[in-house]
Design a binder for this molecule. Structure first.
Ligand SMILES: Cc1cc2nc3c(=O)[nH]c(=O)nc-3n(C[C@H](O)[C@H](O)[C@H](O)COP(=O)(O)OP(=O)(O)OC[C@H]3O[C@@H](n4cnc5c(N)ncnc54)[C@H](O)[C@@H]3O)c2cc1C
Length: 321
């Protein structure tokens, strides 16, 4: 029903948008999430592939995250998510938590009961009596408030195509957020090999994850291989197979003939290299909000910042309604 006026339309069903929506809905707000992707979770990404009726899973975005801030702890506790979490000890300099069964489980649990439109890209947001949010499917959604949770650079692009007014200082800060890229290789094996999750030193690869080590039960063995930012930037457009050969060269235990299939995922905006300090979200005078992992860098992981930022934006909407 396109004439309906939602209380809030949220652009992006990643962890920031979902956390905001969860909080708003718990206070009785009518919320719609719109995501251009085929699924929810954004960079909190776990992929499922069916092979001969058996499922194979790859965690190809977030590996682990902190939970330090009280509102984030409370949200995960209220939604009984903390019981799915384990300590991730592979990355020695980064003792975080992960979700057994794949990190997207977090987004899946938090999004239960929320209204989500998938596969629709928001192309403009304009303020008339209410906000009008237009998508590439030629649909228009209306709302009293809009929250964009797309990466800073994409939110800025949306602002530039819309009649939303942000201050020059806010626009400057948004423009200053830069991201690292990441190439991720997903490999499924025919026969099991002895290779545990490992964080190599001084290599093109920043981490190799044996998905069994994440408690992802599966019939076939799968590895997620995350190449570091420098390699990813310099080799972003190289053919997919070259990344596979690079991995195999580094790990002779992987025999070429034992690779059943592989896939490459390129993240152009994987992780923010800098954060907007002091602020946990942005808003303009007419009810357009921005949240995401690029706000408020305080020694917390990007996932935690994304959740916190979404919740803070939601709280502000609740208080000004
Ligand atoms: C390979 C990789 C490894 C990582 N490892 C870690 C880690 O170990 N620890 C950690 O804390 N963080 C990690 N991160 C970063 C972490 O994934 C992000 O910080 C976090 O998931 C951001 O959540 P978000 O909701 O702010 O953004 P996103 O997850 O990017 O969600 C934004 C959503 O908006 C949607 N969108 C964008 N534009 C539009 C539009 N115009 N219309 C409709 N939808 C739109 C996108 O499809 C996306 O789903 C990693 C990221 C990558 C890629």
């Amino acid at each position: 029903m396109e004439n309906k006026v939602y209380d809030v339309v949220i652009i992006g069903a990643g962890i920031s948008g979902i956390s905001a929506a969860r909080l708003l809905q718990s206070k009785g707000f009518d919320v719609l999430l719109i995501d251009k992707g085929r699924g929810i979770g954004g960079r909190m990404a776990t992929r499922r592939v069916s092979v001969e009726d058996k499922d194979v899973y790859f965690d190809y975005g977030v590996q682990s995250f902190t939970v330090k801030l009280t509102p984030v702890k409370d949200l995960l506790h209220r939604n009984k998510i903390d019981r799915h979490m384990s300590l991730w000890t592979v990355e020695k300099n980064k003792r975080g938590l992960y979700l057994r069964g794949g990190n997207r489980v977090l987004a899946k649990i938090l999004s239960r009961g929320l209204e989500v439109k998938k596969g629709e890209k928001v192309i403009s947001v304009n303020k008339f009596r209410n906000w009008e949010v237009e998508t590439d499917k030629k649909k228009k959604y209306h709302a009293k408030y809009v929250l964009s949770t797309a990466p800073a650079i994409q939110s800025l692009d949306l602002i530039n195509k819309s009649n939303t007014q942000f201050s020059n200082e806010q626009l400057f800060m948004l423009d200053s957020v830069k991201y690292s890229a990441n190439i991720v290789l997903l490999v499924r094996m025919n026969k099991k090999v002895e290779l545990k999750s490992v964080q190599p030193v001084d290599k093109d690869i920043s981490i190799v994850i044996n998905n069994e080590d994440k408690g992802i039960k599966q019939e076939y063995q799968s590895f997620s291989v995350i190449f570091n930012a420098e390699y990813s930037e310099n080799n972003y457009t190289k053919p997919d197979v070259e990344h596979l050969w690079n991995f195999i060269d580094e790990y002779p235990v992987i025999d070429r003939d034992n690779v059943a299939e592989f896939n490459i995922h390129r993240w152009k905006y994987a992780q923010p290299l800098n954060h907007i300090e002091r602020y946990s979200f942005f808003k303009n005078n007419s009810g357009f909000y921005l949240s995401g992992d690029y706000f408020y860098g305080n020694n917390c992981s990007n996932v935690e910042l994304a959740i916190y930022s979404g919740m803070e934006a939601a709280n502000d909407i609740i208080n000004s309604f």
